[in-house]
Design a protein around this ligand. Structure first.
Ligand SMILES: Cc1cc2nc3c(=O)[nH]c(=O)nc-3n(C[C@H](O)[C@H](O)[C@H](O)COP(=O)(O)OP(=O)(O)OC[C@H]3O[C@@H](n4cnc5c(N)ncnc54)[C@H](O)[C@@H]3O)c2cc1C
Length: 362
């Protein structure tokens, strides 16, 4: 195994900021994943697993360790009594997995169309959109345990999957390299109850949408918000949503409603888990004084979506995290809500701005 040295990471991320990796390995099979883990361990250096870099902010100083990019490929489908089982290798682009399921006539992940990234990263934040989450269909995850090199199979129920959470992101952050997922889908479509998607389906003249209709509607809505990767659209040079939608207790939501009333607005909200109310973070950001298209030199907010911090060309990671921190502070000062960031931060060490971004009061 011979890792490359000094590999630039910015072009390997969708936000396009950050410095180089000291070492870089692309692993096409499980044995190469195990070898890379052992190589890093023998040298006592840190190892970070990189997918397609669509949920990652890399520090300007880069990463002083090994970047391991799983590039295992393969998608095996099995249909059995109205059920589709998919075995997907970690390096498959996620949207190809959705396209394959929809082409076979199965729903369940159709509303997750257009989410960038690899299949291997999908459990890390339990990807979700339009009322669906990976956890609805995930059966199990196969992974290499970094310390021992052992290949383990983790049932979905043991993965700690929640709203943009999992054990892979939290308690077991540096423990596993995911190499394969198994999903189980049922035939038919559950119709997501999201207004913009429902409106788009109506415009398309679809009254009883199947998985292919949902996929088409979702892709069109996402494209209109620059939430698909499109090299021609500067609003898409982002990590997607920079913050997750907060799920507020009744008293925290009442506070948001009271502030909204004073601003002459009505606070939106949908039922979240545990009797909480999920509030769109983009709405909080706009009403705290950061409109869509807000610009500060090389960084700004998408002109279509106040939730996406964008690199307008030549931005640094420092500029990105400083703007995100100003937004978080203003939302906290205005509404008493501490937004939780969605992307991961790599190479920032104990940087104060990033520590502030990670702080939550949920
Ligand atoms: C325009 C845009 C729209 C988006 N829309 C959505 C959305 O609707 N819903 C949503 O949930 N997300 C969304 N995202 C975020 C992102 O696409 C997902 O989080 C995606 O799953 C990240 O995949 P990735 O391969 O790019 O992972 P990376 O960004 O490379 O890595 C993300 C994390 O996963 C870890 N990781 C990656 N691969 C593995 C592996 N094989 N084993 C172990 N750990 C691994 C990394 O170490 C890192 O911690 C969006 C992003 C963009 C840019």
């Amino acid at each position: 195994m011979r890792p490359a040295e000094g590999v630039r990471l910015a072009p390997l991320t969708t936000l396009g900021v950050g410095g180089p990796a000291r070492w870089f390995v692309r692993a096409g099979d499980t044995a190469s994943v195990q070898a890379a883990c052992a190589w890093a361990q023998e040298r006592g250096c840190s190892l970070f697993v990189l997918g397609a870099g669509s949920n990652l902010v890399v520090a300007d100083t880069g990463f002083d360790g090994v970047i391991l990019q799983p590039a295992l490929r393969g998608l095996v489908q099995r249909v059995d009594a109205g059920t589709l089982t998919l075995a997907v290798e970690a390096g498959e682009p996620w949207d190809d997995v959705v396209a394959a399921a929809v082409a076979a006539g199965f729903g369940g992940i159709d509303a997750l169309s257009g989410i960038p990234g690899t299949a291997g990263a999908a459990p890390v934040q339990n990807i979700g959109a339009y009322g669906q989450e990976l956890s609805d269909t995930l059966v199990d995850v196969t992974a290499v345990e970094r310390g021992s090199g052992a290949v383990v199979t983790l049932p979905a129920g043991s993965c700690g999957l929640g709203y943009r959470r999992s054990r892979f992101r939290e308690d077991d952050r540096n423990r596993f390299v995911i190499t394969r997922l198994q999903l189980r889908l049922e035939r038919g479509a559950r119709i997501p109850s999201y207004d913009d998607l429902a409106a788009r389906l109506r415009e398309l003249g679809v009254s009883h949408p199947g998985p292919a209709d949902i996929r088409r509607g979702v892709l069109e809505v996402r494209r209109s918000k620059a939430m698909v990767i499109d090299g021609r659209d500067p609003d898409a040079r982002s990590v997607g949503s920079f913050f997750v939608n907060p799920q507020l207790t009744a008293s925290a939501y009442a506070e948001v409603e009271a502030v909204a009333g004073r601003l002459g607005a009505r606070a939106p909200g949908r039922p979240g888990g545990d009797g909480r109310t999920k509030v769109p973070a983009g709405w909080l950001i706009e009403h705290a004084g950061f409109p869509r298209g807000y610009t500060e030199g090389a960084v700004g907010l998408s002109s279509k979506h106040a939730l996406a911090v964008t690199n307008r060309g030549g931005a640094t990671a420092r500029q990105v995290v400083e703007l995100a921190a100003r937004i978080k502070r203003r939302v906290a000062d205005t509404f008493g809500v501490w937004l939780r960031p969605e992307p991961l931060f790599l190479g920032f060490g104990d940087d104060e701005t990033v520590a502030f971004l990670r702080k939550a009061n949920e």
